[in-house]
Write a protein that binds this ligand. Structure first.
Ligand SMILES: Nc1ncnc2c1ncn2[C@@H]1O[C@H](COP(=O)(O)OP(=O)(O)OP(=O)(O)O)[C@@H](O)[C@H]1O
Ligand SMILES: [Mg+2]
Length: 529
Protein backbone atom coordinates (compact mmCIF):
# COMPACT_ATOMS: atom_id res chain seq x y z
CA UNK A 1 0.00 0.00 0.00
CA UNK A 2 1.35 3.41 -0.99
CA UNK A 3 1.40 6.30 1.44
CA UNK A 4 1.43 9.99 0.55
CA UNK A 5 -0.40 13.23 1.21
CA UNK A 6 -2.39 14.24 -1.82
CA UNK A 7 -5.57 14.73 0.06
CA UNK A 8 -5.16 17.12 2.90
CA UNK A 9 -6.96 15.61 5.88
CA UNK A 10 -6.25 15.52 9.58
CA UNK A 11 -7.26 12.44 11.55
CA UNK A 12 -8.02 11.74 15.18
CA UNK A 13 -9.03 8.08 15.45
CA UNK A 14 -10.74 7.89 18.80
CA UNK A 15 -12.72 4.74 18.09
CA UNK A 16 -9.47 2.80 17.71
CA UNK A 17 -7.64 4.65 20.43
CA UNK A 18 -10.26 4.43 23.15
CA UNK A 19 -11.97 1.10 22.54
CA UNK A 20 -10.63 -2.47 22.62
CA UNK A 21 -9.65 -3.97 19.28
CA UNK A 22 -8.99 -7.39 17.88
CA UNK A 23 -5.33 -8.45 18.36
CA UNK A 24 -5.37 -10.23 14.99
CA UNK A 25 -5.18 -8.07 11.87
CA UNK A 26 -6.17 -8.93 8.31
CA UNK A 27 -9.25 -10.41 6.70
CA UNK A 28 -9.28 -14.01 7.94
CA UNK A 29 -12.96 -14.68 8.61
CA UNK A 30 -13.54 -15.26 12.32
CA UNK A 31 -15.66 -14.64 15.39
CA UNK A 32 -14.17 -11.63 17.15
CA UNK A 33 -14.85 -11.56 20.88
CA UNK A 34 -13.99 -8.91 23.45
CA UNK A 35 -13.27 -6.35 20.75
CA UNK A 36 -15.25 -3.71 18.89
CA UNK A 37 -13.10 -3.51 15.75
CA UNK A 38 -10.47 -5.28 13.67
CA UNK A 39 -7.66 -3.70 11.73
CA UNK A 40 -7.93 -4.60 8.06
CA UNK A 41 -6.61 -2.84 4.98
CA UNK A 42 -8.69 -2.25 1.87
CA UNK A 43 -7.76 -4.65 -0.93
CA UNK A 44 -6.35 -2.61 -3.84
CA UNK A 45 -8.33 -2.64 -7.08
CA UNK A 46 -7.17 -2.77 -10.70
CA UNK A 47 -8.00 0.66 -12.06
CA UNK A 48 -9.53 3.32 -9.78
CA UNK A 49 -11.41 6.00 -11.67
CA UNK A 50 -13.43 8.79 -10.08
CA UNK A 51 -16.98 8.74 -11.46
CA UNK A 52 -18.67 11.33 -9.26
CA UNK A 53 -18.22 13.29 -6.07
CA UNK A 54 -20.21 15.51 -3.77
CA UNK A 55 -18.89 19.05 -3.97
CA UNK A 56 -20.63 19.95 -0.70
CA UNK A 57 -19.11 17.05 1.20
CA UNK A 58 -15.65 17.70 -0.23
CA UNK A 59 -15.90 21.35 0.80
CA UNK A 60 -17.00 20.38 4.30
CA UNK A 61 -13.93 18.17 4.59
CA UNK A 62 -11.70 20.89 3.20
CA UNK A 63 -10.76 18.93 0.07
CA UNK A 64 -10.14 21.26 -2.90
CA UNK A 65 -11.38 20.76 -6.47
CA UNK A 66 -7.83 20.28 -7.77
CA UNK A 67 -7.20 17.50 -5.26
CA UNK A 68 -10.45 15.81 -6.23
CA UNK A 69 -9.54 15.52 -9.88
CA UNK A 70 -6.02 14.22 -9.29
CA UNK A 71 -5.57 10.46 -9.78
CA UNK A 72 -4.41 10.33 -6.17
CA UNK A 73 -7.94 11.07 -4.95
CA UNK A 74 -9.37 8.11 -6.89
CA UNK A 75 -6.54 5.92 -5.57
CA UNK A 76 -7.23 6.87 -1.95
CA UNK A 77 -10.99 6.47 -2.19
CA UNK A 78 -10.70 3.15 -4.01
CA UNK A 79 -8.59 1.86 -1.14
CA UNK A 80 -5.36 1.72 -3.16
CA UNK A 81 -3.51 4.32 -1.10
CA UNK A 82 -3.63 5.75 2.40
CA UNK A 83 -3.31 9.33 3.57
CA UNK A 84 -1.14 9.70 6.71
CA UNK A 85 -3.35 9.34 9.75
CA UNK A 86 -5.70 6.83 8.14
CA UNK A 87 -5.94 3.57 10.10
CA UNK A 88 -8.32 1.24 8.30
CA UNK A 89 -10.57 -1.04 10.32
CA UNK A 90 -13.85 -2.91 10.23
CA UNK A 91 -16.34 -2.55 13.07
CA UNK A 92 -17.78 -5.53 14.93
CA UNK A 93 -21.55 -5.56 15.29
CA UNK A 94 -24.50 -7.93 15.38
CA UNK A 95 -28.13 -7.44 14.55
CA UNK A 96 -31.70 -8.57 14.33
CA UNK A 97 -32.50 -9.32 10.70
CA UNK A 98 -36.17 -9.54 9.76
CA UNK A 99 -37.00 -9.88 13.45
CA UNK A 100 -34.49 -12.62 14.27
CA UNK A 101 -31.18 -12.42 16.08
CA UNK A 102 -28.44 -13.05 13.50
CA UNK A 103 -25.33 -13.09 15.71
CA UNK A 104 -22.09 -11.44 14.66
CA UNK A 105 -22.34 -9.55 11.37
CA UNK A 106 -19.88 -6.63 11.33
CA UNK A 107 -18.52 -4.57 8.47
CA UNK A 108 -18.21 -7.28 5.85
CA UNK A 109 -17.44 -4.90 3.02
CA UNK A 110 -17.26 -1.50 4.69
CA UNK A 111 -13.83 -0.37 5.86
CA UNK A 112 -13.46 2.81 7.89
CA UNK A 113 -10.39 4.87 7.11
CA UNK A 114 -10.45 7.07 10.18
CA UNK A 115 -12.07 10.07 11.81
CA UNK A 116 -11.25 13.22 9.85
CA UNK A 117 -11.39 16.51 11.71
CA UNK A 118 -12.78 19.31 9.53
CA UNK A 119 -11.78 22.95 9.79
CA UNK A 120 -14.72 23.72 12.04
CA UNK A 121 -13.59 20.93 14.38
CA UNK A 122 -16.40 18.53 13.44
CA UNK A 123 -15.57 14.86 13.27
CA UNK A 124 -16.33 12.93 10.08
CA UNK A 125 -15.69 9.24 9.85
CA UNK A 126 -14.72 8.21 6.31
CA UNK A 127 -15.77 4.73 5.27
CA UNK A 128 -15.30 2.85 2.02
CA UNK A 129 -18.16 0.53 1.05
CA UNK A 130 -17.03 -2.33 -1.17
CA UNK A 131 -13.34 -2.15 -0.22
CA UNK A 132 -12.68 -5.88 -0.02
CA UNK A 133 -12.81 -8.71 2.51
CA UNK A 134 -12.74 -8.21 6.27
CA UNK A 135 -12.99 -10.64 9.20
CA UNK A 136 -16.75 -10.04 8.97
CA UNK A 137 -17.23 -10.91 5.29
CA UNK A 138 -18.47 -14.41 6.15
CA UNK A 139 -18.94 -16.12 2.77
CA UNK A 140 -19.19 -12.96 0.65
CA UNK A 141 -16.55 -11.06 -1.34
CA UNK A 142 -16.38 -7.67 0.37
CA UNK A 143 -17.22 -5.88 -2.86
CA UNK A 144 -20.08 -3.76 -4.23
CA UNK A 145 -21.40 -3.42 -7.76
CA UNK A 146 -21.72 -0.19 -9.70
CA UNK A 147 -25.54 -0.15 -9.72
CA UNK A 148 -25.84 -0.38 -5.94
CA UNK A 149 -22.98 2.08 -5.43
CA UNK A 150 -24.66 4.64 -7.69
CA UNK A 151 -27.86 4.19 -5.71
CA UNK A 152 -26.05 4.67 -2.39
CA UNK A 153 -24.09 7.67 -3.63
CA UNK A 154 -27.05 9.50 -5.15
CA UNK A 155 -29.54 8.77 -2.40
CA UNK A 156 -27.21 9.80 0.41
CA UNK A 157 -26.84 13.23 -1.11
CA UNK A 158 -30.47 13.50 -2.25
CA UNK A 159 -31.65 12.78 1.29
CA UNK A 160 -29.26 15.34 2.71
CA UNK A 161 -30.62 18.03 0.40
CA UNK A 162 -34.17 17.01 1.31
CA UNK A 163 -33.32 17.74 4.94
CA UNK A 164 -33.49 14.10 6.03
CA UNK A 165 -30.86 13.03 8.60
CA UNK A 166 -28.49 10.75 6.71
CA UNK A 167 -24.98 9.46 6.26
CA UNK A 168 -23.32 11.27 3.36
CA UNK A 169 -21.30 10.27 0.32
CA UNK A 170 -18.06 11.90 -0.73
CA UNK A 171 -17.13 9.89 -3.79
CA UNK A 172 -18.06 7.19 -6.24
CA UNK A 173 -15.07 5.39 -7.75
CA UNK A 174 -15.05 2.66 -10.41
CA UNK A 175 -12.70 -0.18 -9.54
CA UNK A 176 -12.01 -1.46 -13.05
CA UNK A 177 -12.84 -4.93 -11.76
CA UNK A 178 -15.83 -7.17 -12.26
CA UNK A 179 -17.96 -8.40 -9.38
CA UNK A 180 -20.17 -11.45 -9.84
CA UNK A 181 -23.74 -11.11 -8.59
CA UNK A 182 -26.94 -13.11 -8.89
CA UNK A 183 -29.21 -10.08 -8.91
CA UNK A 184 -32.45 -11.91 -8.14
CA UNK A 185 -31.01 -14.98 -6.44
CA UNK A 186 -32.49 -17.04 -9.26
CA UNK A 187 -29.41 -18.96 -10.36
CA UNK A 188 -28.23 -16.46 -12.98
CA UNK A 189 -25.02 -14.92 -11.66
CA UNK A 190 -23.22 -12.54 -14.01
CA UNK A 191 -20.19 -10.27 -13.82
CA UNK A 192 -20.99 -6.62 -13.21
CA UNK A 193 -18.74 -3.57 -12.96
CA UNK A 194 -17.50 -2.92 -9.42
CA UNK A 195 -17.42 0.40 -7.55
CA UNK A 196 -16.68 1.88 -4.15
CA UNK A 197 -18.49 4.69 -2.37
CA UNK A 198 -16.77 6.69 0.33
CA UNK A 199 -19.44 7.35 2.94
CA UNK A 200 -19.13 10.04 5.55
CA UNK A 201 -20.85 10.46 8.91
CA UNK A 202 -19.98 11.69 12.39
CA UNK A 203 -20.27 8.03 13.40
CA UNK A 204 -21.38 4.79 11.80
CA UNK A 205 -22.36 3.19 15.12
CA UNK A 206 -25.51 1.12 14.83
CA UNK A 207 -27.95 -0.49 17.24
CA UNK A 208 -26.20 -3.76 16.35
CA UNK A 209 -22.88 -2.56 17.80
CA UNK A 210 -24.56 -2.55 21.22
CA UNK A 211 -26.50 -5.76 20.73
CA UNK A 212 -23.44 -7.93 20.12
CA UNK A 213 -21.67 -7.42 23.49
CA UNK A 214 -25.06 -7.83 25.16
CA UNK A 215 -25.68 -11.13 23.37
CA UNK A 216 -22.26 -12.33 24.49
CA UNK A 217 -22.87 -11.14 28.01
CA UNK A 218 -19.76 -8.94 27.79
CA UNK A 219 -21.00 -6.17 30.04
CA UNK A 220 -17.69 -4.34 30.51
CA UNK A 221 -17.40 -4.00 26.73
CA UNK A 222 -21.00 -2.88 26.45
CA UNK A 223 -20.50 -0.23 29.12
CA UNK A 224 -17.31 0.98 27.47
CA UNK A 225 -19.10 1.39 24.17
CA UNK A 226 -22.04 3.29 25.68
CA UNK A 227 -19.71 5.62 27.55
CA UNK A 228 -17.57 6.16 24.49
CA UNK A 229 -20.58 6.91 22.31
CA UNK A 230 -21.85 9.49 24.80
CA UNK A 231 -18.41 11.06 25.20
CA UNK A 232 -17.66 11.27 21.50
CA UNK A 233 -21.02 11.61 19.76
CA UNK A 234 -23.37 13.06 22.38
CA UNK A 235 -21.10 15.55 24.08
CA UNK A 236 -24.00 17.92 24.75
CA UNK A 237 -25.62 15.33 27.04
CA UNK A 238 -22.36 14.66 28.80
CA UNK A 239 -21.97 18.36 29.44
CA UNK A 240 -25.55 18.72 30.58
CA UNK A 241 -24.88 18.32 34.27
CA UNK A 242 -25.16 14.53 34.17
CA UNK A 243 -21.41 13.84 34.31
CA UNK A 244 -20.59 10.68 36.12
CA UNK A 245 -24.25 10.19 36.79
CA UNK A 246 -24.12 6.66 35.35
CA UNK A 247 -27.62 5.42 34.82
CA UNK A 248 -29.21 8.85 34.51
CA UNK A 249 -26.70 9.74 31.82
CA UNK A 250 -27.28 6.48 29.95
CA UNK A 251 -31.04 6.93 30.15
CA UNK A 252 -30.78 10.49 28.80
CA UNK A 253 -28.63 9.18 25.98
CA UNK A 254 -31.09 6.40 25.13
CA UNK A 255 -33.96 8.90 25.10
CA UNK A 256 -32.07 11.08 22.68
CA UNK A 257 -31.34 8.13 20.39
CA UNK A 258 -35.07 7.43 20.44
CA UNK A 259 -35.99 11.04 19.69
CA UNK A 260 -33.54 11.27 16.82
CA UNK A 261 -34.82 8.04 15.34
CA UNK A 262 -38.37 9.40 15.48
CA UNK A 263 -37.33 12.57 13.69
CA UNK A 264 -35.59 10.55 10.97
CA UNK A 265 -38.54 8.24 10.34
CA UNK A 266 -41.01 11.14 10.29
CA UNK A 267 -38.92 12.67 7.52
CA UNK A 268 -38.97 9.37 5.61
CA UNK A 269 -42.75 9.37 5.79
CA UNK A 270 -42.90 13.01 4.72
CA UNK A 271 -40.86 12.50 1.55
CA UNK A 272 -42.05 8.97 0.66
CA UNK A 273 -38.83 7.09 1.35
CA UNK A 274 -38.91 3.35 2.01
CA UNK A 275 -35.68 2.09 3.56
CA UNK A 276 -36.30 -1.54 2.66
CA UNK A 277 -34.06 -3.30 5.24
CA UNK A 278 -34.63 -1.83 8.67
CA UNK A 279 -32.66 -4.54 10.43
CA UNK A 280 -31.08 -3.37 13.68
CA UNK A 281 -27.64 -3.53 12.05
CA UNK A 282 -28.93 -0.88 9.65
CA UNK A 283 -30.19 1.51 12.35
CA UNK A 284 -27.77 4.30 13.15
CA UNK A 285 -27.35 5.27 16.79
CA UNK A 286 -27.21 8.90 15.64
CA UNK A 287 -30.60 8.73 13.97
CA UNK A 288 -29.11 8.92 10.48
CA UNK A 289 -30.44 7.03 7.50
CA UNK A 290 -27.84 4.34 6.90
CA UNK A 291 -27.35 1.59 4.31
CA UNK A 292 -28.92 2.53 1.00
CA UNK A 293 -29.61 -0.99 -0.24
CA UNK A 294 -33.00 -2.06 -1.61
CA UNK A 295 -34.62 1.26 -0.74
CA UNK A 296 -37.29 2.89 -2.87
CA UNK A 297 -39.44 5.95 -3.28
CA UNK A 298 -43.20 5.95 -3.21
CA UNK A 299 -44.68 6.68 -6.64
CA UNK A 300 -48.41 5.86 -6.24
CA UNK A 301 -49.20 6.25 -2.55
CA UNK A 302 -49.21 2.76 -1.05
CA UNK A 303 -48.51 2.17 2.63
CA UNK A 304 -48.07 -1.56 1.92
CA UNK A 305 -45.34 -1.16 -0.66
CA UNK A 306 -41.80 -2.33 -0.21
CA UNK A 307 -39.20 -2.35 -2.98
CA UNK A 308 -37.30 -5.23 -1.35
CA UNK A 309 -38.05 -8.51 -3.15
CA UNK A 310 -36.23 -10.36 -0.35
CA UNK A 311 -39.04 -9.12 1.93
CA UNK A 312 -41.88 -9.76 -0.55
CA UNK A 313 -43.58 -12.35 1.66
CA UNK A 314 -44.14 -10.61 4.98
CA UNK A 315 -43.37 -7.10 3.77
CA UNK A 316 -42.06 -6.34 7.24
CA UNK A 317 -40.36 -3.21 5.99
CA UNK A 318 -43.28 -1.76 4.03
CA UNK A 319 -43.66 2.03 3.88
CA UNK A 320 -46.49 2.32 6.39
CA UNK A 321 -44.84 0.12 9.00
CA UNK A 322 -41.60 2.08 9.25
CA UNK A 323 -42.60 4.04 12.38
CA UNK A 324 -43.50 0.89 14.32
CA UNK A 325 -40.48 -1.06 13.06
CA UNK A 326 -38.18 1.74 14.22
CA UNK A 327 -39.86 1.51 17.61
CA UNK A 328 -39.31 -2.24 17.70
CA UNK A 329 -35.65 -1.70 16.84
CA UNK A 330 -35.36 0.72 19.74
CA UNK A 331 -36.83 -1.90 22.06
CA UNK A 332 -33.93 -4.13 20.93
CA UNK A 333 -31.50 -1.38 21.92
CA UNK A 334 -33.27 -0.96 25.26
CA UNK A 335 -32.92 -4.67 25.80
CA UNK A 336 -29.25 -4.60 24.89
CA UNK A 337 -28.37 -1.86 27.37
CA UNK A 338 -30.75 -3.03 30.12
CA UNK A 339 -28.00 -4.79 32.13
CA UNK A 340 -26.45 -1.38 32.77
CA UNK A 341 -29.49 -0.40 34.85
CA UNK A 342 -30.54 -1.41 38.34
CA UNK A 343 -34.08 -0.73 37.18
CA UNK A 344 -34.38 -1.03 33.37
CA UNK A 345 -37.91 0.36 33.62
CA UNK A 346 -36.34 3.82 33.30
CA UNK A 347 -35.80 2.98 29.64
CA UNK A 348 -39.52 3.16 29.07
CA UNK A 349 -39.18 6.93 29.27
CA UNK A 350 -36.94 6.79 26.21
CA UNK A 351 -39.41 4.66 24.29
CA UNK A 352 -42.12 7.10 25.29
CA UNK A 353 -39.87 9.89 23.99
CA UNK A 354 -39.88 8.08 20.64
CA UNK A 355 -43.68 7.99 20.56
CA UNK A 356 -43.98 11.62 21.62
CA UNK A 357 -41.36 12.85 19.18
CA UNK A 358 -42.89 10.87 16.32
CA UNK A 359 -46.33 12.29 17.05
CA UNK A 360 -44.92 15.80 17.25
CA UNK A 361 -42.92 15.47 14.02
CA UNK A 362 -45.76 13.80 12.19
CA UNK A 363 -48.12 16.60 13.15
CA UNK A 364 -45.57 19.13 12.04
CA UNK A 365 -45.33 17.32 8.67
CA UNK A 366 -49.12 17.31 8.34
CA UNK A 367 -49.30 21.05 9.00
CA UNK A 368 -46.55 21.86 6.54
CA UNK A 369 -47.64 19.44 3.82
CA UNK A 370 -51.26 20.55 3.97
CA UNK A 371 -50.43 24.24 4.31
CA UNK A 372 -51.85 24.74 7.80
CA UNK A 373 -50.49 27.13 10.39
CA UNK A 374 -50.56 24.34 12.98
CA UNK A 375 -51.90 20.80 13.19
CA UNK A 376 -55.07 20.36 15.23
CA UNK A 377 -56.47 16.98 16.26
CA UNK A 378 -59.05 17.10 13.50
CA UNK A 379 -56.29 17.76 10.95
CA UNK A 380 -54.72 14.40 11.76
CA UNK A 381 -58.01 12.83 10.69
CA UNK A 382 -58.07 14.97 7.57
CA UNK A 383 -54.60 13.70 6.67
CA UNK A 384 -55.59 10.09 7.31
CA UNK A 385 -58.62 10.42 5.06
CA UNK A 386 -56.39 11.82 2.35
CA UNK A 387 -53.98 8.89 2.67
CA UNK A 388 -56.85 6.45 2.16
CA UNK A 389 -58.03 8.36 -0.91
CA UNK A 390 -54.52 8.52 -2.37
CA UNK A 391 -54.02 4.80 -1.87
CA UNK A 392 -57.42 3.74 -3.21
CA UNK A 393 -57.25 5.94 -6.30
CA UNK A 394 -53.57 5.21 -7.05
CA UNK A 395 -52.29 8.76 -6.86
CA UNK A 396 -48.66 9.82 -7.05
CA UNK A 397 -47.59 11.04 -3.62
CA UNK A 398 -44.93 13.54 -4.67
CA UNK A 399 -46.96 15.06 -7.51
CA UNK A 400 -50.13 15.32 -5.46
CA UNK A 401 -48.66 17.08 -2.46
CA UNK A 402 -46.60 19.44 -4.60
CA UNK A 403 -49.68 20.37 -6.64
CA UNK A 404 -51.88 20.81 -3.59
CA UNK A 405 -50.35 24.26 -3.21
CA UNK A 406 -51.86 25.14 -6.61
CA UNK A 407 -55.44 24.43 -5.57
CA UNK A 408 -57.34 27.68 -5.14
CA UNK A 409 -58.80 27.57 -1.63
CA UNK A 410 -61.48 30.07 -2.64
CA UNK A 411 -62.79 27.72 -5.38
CA UNK A 412 -61.12 24.32 -4.94
CA UNK A 413 -61.16 21.96 -7.93
CA UNK A 414 -59.43 18.72 -8.84
CA UNK A 415 -57.80 20.17 -11.96
CA UNK A 416 -54.48 21.27 -10.41
CA UNK A 417 -53.84 17.76 -9.02
CA UNK A 418 -55.32 15.75 -11.91
CA UNK A 419 -51.89 14.89 -13.36
CA UNK A 420 -51.02 13.01 -10.16
CA UNK A 421 -53.43 10.16 -10.95
CA UNK A 422 -52.06 7.02 -12.60
CA UNK A 423 -55.41 5.70 -13.73
CA UNK A 424 -58.06 7.77 -15.51
CA UNK A 425 -60.91 5.51 -14.45
CA UNK A 426 -59.89 5.69 -10.83
CA UNK A 427 -59.61 9.46 -11.11
CA UNK A 428 -63.14 9.74 -12.45
CA UNK A 429 -64.52 7.32 -9.89
CA UNK A 430 -62.86 9.08 -6.98
CA UNK A 431 -63.51 12.64 -8.17
CA UNK A 432 -66.48 13.21 -5.84
CA UNK A 433 -64.53 11.96 -2.82
CA UNK A 434 -61.53 14.07 -3.72
CA UNK A 435 -63.79 17.06 -4.41
CA UNK A 436 -65.26 16.68 -0.95
CA UNK A 437 -61.84 16.36 0.68
CA UNK A 438 -60.44 19.35 -1.20
CA UNK A 439 -63.44 21.44 -0.16
CA UNK A 440 -62.95 20.56 3.50
CA UNK A 441 -59.23 21.17 3.22
CA UNK A 442 -59.80 24.55 1.61
CA UNK A 443 -62.26 25.53 4.34
CA UNK A 444 -59.71 24.51 6.96
CA UNK A 445 -56.97 26.53 5.24
CA UNK A 446 -59.23 29.59 5.12
CA UNK A 447 -59.68 29.42 8.90
CA UNK A 448 -55.97 30.15 9.30
CA UNK A 449 -56.06 33.42 7.34
CA UNK A 450 -52.41 33.00 6.34
CA UNK A 451 -50.98 35.03 3.45
CA UNK A 452 -51.36 32.76 0.36
CA UNK A 453 -47.82 33.38 -0.88
CA UNK A 454 -46.35 32.52 2.52
CA UNK A 455 -48.51 29.41 2.73
CA UNK A 456 -47.40 28.28 -0.71
CA UNK A 457 -43.78 28.79 0.19
CA UNK A 458 -44.16 26.79 3.38
CA UNK A 459 -45.90 23.94 1.52
CA UNK A 460 -43.25 23.86 -1.18
CA UNK A 461 -40.55 23.60 1.46
CA UNK A 462 -42.16 20.41 2.81
CA UNK A 463 -43.38 18.85 -0.44
CA UNK A 464 -40.40 18.22 -2.72
CA UNK A 465 -40.74 18.72 -6.45
CA UNK A 466 -37.88 16.29 -7.16
CA UNK A 467 -37.23 12.96 -5.48
CA UNK A 468 -34.91 10.16 -6.53
CA UNK A 469 -37.59 8.09 -8.18
CA UNK A 470 -36.60 4.49 -8.62
CA UNK A 471 -36.79 4.60 -12.39
CA UNK A 472 -34.71 7.79 -12.60
CA UNK A 473 -31.90 6.15 -10.66
CA UNK A 474 -32.21 3.05 -12.84
CA UNK A 475 -31.95 5.09 -16.04
CA UNK A 476 -28.76 6.71 -14.75
CA UNK A 477 -27.45 3.25 -13.85
CA UNK A 478 -28.24 1.82 -17.30
CA UNK A 479 -26.31 4.66 -18.90
CA UNK A 480 -23.40 4.32 -16.46
CA UNK A 481 -23.14 0.60 -17.19
CA UNK A 482 -22.74 1.58 -20.86
CA UNK A 483 -19.90 3.91 -19.89
CA UNK A 484 -21.83 7.18 -19.75
CA UNK A 485 -21.74 8.66 -16.24
CA UNK A 486 -23.42 11.95 -17.23
CA UNK A 487 -26.83 10.71 -16.07
CA UNK A 488 -25.50 10.33 -12.53
CA UNK A 489 -24.09 13.87 -12.56
CA UNK A 490 -27.33 15.24 -13.92
CA UNK A 491 -29.43 13.51 -11.25
CA UNK A 492 -27.08 14.64 -8.50
CA UNK A 493 -27.42 18.20 -9.77
CA UNK A 494 -31.23 18.06 -9.81
CA UNK A 495 -31.37 16.50 -6.35
CA UNK A 496 -29.27 19.29 -4.89
CA UNK A 497 -32.34 21.57 -4.93
CA UNK A 498 -35.34 19.27 -4.49
CA UNK A 499 -37.75 21.97 -3.31
CA UNK A 500 -37.00 24.49 -6.06
CA UNK A 501 -38.75 24.80 -9.37
CA UNK A 502 -35.97 24.04 -11.83
CA UNK A 503 -37.05 25.26 -15.28
CA UNK A 504 -35.92 22.88 -18.02
CA UNK A 505 -35.76 19.91 -15.63
CA UNK A 506 -39.46 18.99 -15.70
CA UNK A 507 -38.51 15.55 -17.00
CA UNK A 508 -37.30 14.73 -13.49
CA UNK A 509 -40.65 15.56 -11.91
CA UNK A 510 -42.94 13.28 -13.90
CA UNK A 511 -45.04 10.32 -12.82
CA UNK A 512 -43.36 6.93 -13.08
CA UNK A 513 -43.72 5.78 -16.71
CA UNK A 514 -45.73 2.62 -17.35
CA UNK A 515 -42.73 0.62 -18.48
CA UNK A 516 -41.11 1.11 -15.07
CA UNK A 517 -44.01 -0.38 -13.15
CA UNK A 518 -42.69 -3.91 -12.86
CA UNK A 519 -39.13 -3.49 -14.08
CA UNK A 520 -36.17 -4.70 -12.01
CA UNK A 521 -34.47 -1.78 -10.30
CA UNK A 522 -37.53 0.44 -10.78
CA UNK A 523 -40.05 -1.26 -8.54
CA UNK A 524 -38.26 -4.36 -7.33
CA UNK A 525 -34.86 -4.63 -5.74
CA UNK A 526 -33.12 -7.49 -4.01
CA UNK A 527 -30.41 -7.30 -1.38
CA UNK A 528 -27.90 -8.50 -3.99
CA UNK A 529 -25.56 -5.56 -4.25
N1 LIG B 1 -20.55 -8.35 -0.63
C1 LIG B 1 -20.41 -8.48 0.67
N2 LIG B 1 -19.27 -8.96 1.19
C2 LIG B 1 -19.11 -9.11 2.53
N3 LIG B 1 -20.06 -8.82 3.42
C3 LIG B 1 -21.23 -8.34 2.96
C4 LIG B 1 -21.46 -8.14 1.57
N4 LIG B 1 -22.72 -7.65 1.43
C5 LIG B 1 -23.22 -7.54 2.67
N5 LIG B 1 -22.35 -7.95 3.60
C6 LIG B 1 -22.53 -7.98 5.05
O1 LIG B 1 -23.79 -8.56 5.35
C7 LIG B 1 -24.38 -7.91 6.48
C8 LIG B 1 -25.74 -7.36 6.15
O2 LIG B 1 -25.73 -6.75 4.90
P1 LIG B 1 -26.47 -5.41 4.49
O3 LIG B 1 -27.00 -5.64 3.13
O4 LIG B 1 -27.30 -4.86 5.55
O5 LIG B 1 -25.22 -4.40 4.51
P2 LIG B 1 -24.39 -3.63 3.48
O6 LIG B 1 -25.23 -3.12 2.40
O7 LIG B 1 -23.19 -4.37 3.05
O8 LIG B 1 -23.75 -2.53 4.36
P3 LIG B 1 -24.01 -1.27 5.25
O9 LIG B 1 -25.01 -1.61 6.31
O10 LIG B 1 -22.64 -1.08 5.80
O11 LIG B 1 -24.45 -0.18 4.35
C9 LIG B 1 -23.37 -6.85 6.90
O12 LIG B 1 -22.57 -7.43 7.87
C10 LIG B 1 -22.60 -6.60 5.64
O13 LIG B 1 -21.31 -6.08 5.87
MG1 LIG C 1 -26.22 -3.14 6.28
Amino acid sequence: MRHGAPVNLHFDNRFLRELPGDPETGPRVRQVEGALWSRVAPTPVAAPRLLAHSAEMARTLGIGEAEIHAQRFADVFAGNALVPGMEPYAANYGGHQFGHWAGQLGDGRAISLGEAIAHGGERWELQLKGAGPTPYSRTADGRAVLRSSIREFLCSEAMHHLGVPTTRALSLVATGEAVVRDMFYDGHPRPEPGAIVCRVAPSFLRVGNFELPYARNDLPLLRQLVEFCIRRDFTHIEGGGLEGAGEALYAAWFAEVCTRTAVMVAHWMRVGFVHGVMNTDNMSILGLTIDYGPYGWIDNYDPDWTPNTTDAQGRRYRFGWQPKIAYWNLTRLAHAISPLFADPQVLNAGLQAYADAYTREDRDSIARKLGLAACRDADVELAKELHVLLADAEVDMTLFFRALADVDVAVPTLAPVAHAFYDDDKREASAPAFGDWLARHAARVREDAVDPAARRQRMNAANPKYVLRNYLAQQAIDRAEQGDIAGVHELLEVMRRPYDEQPGREAFAQPRPDWARQKAGCSMLSCSS
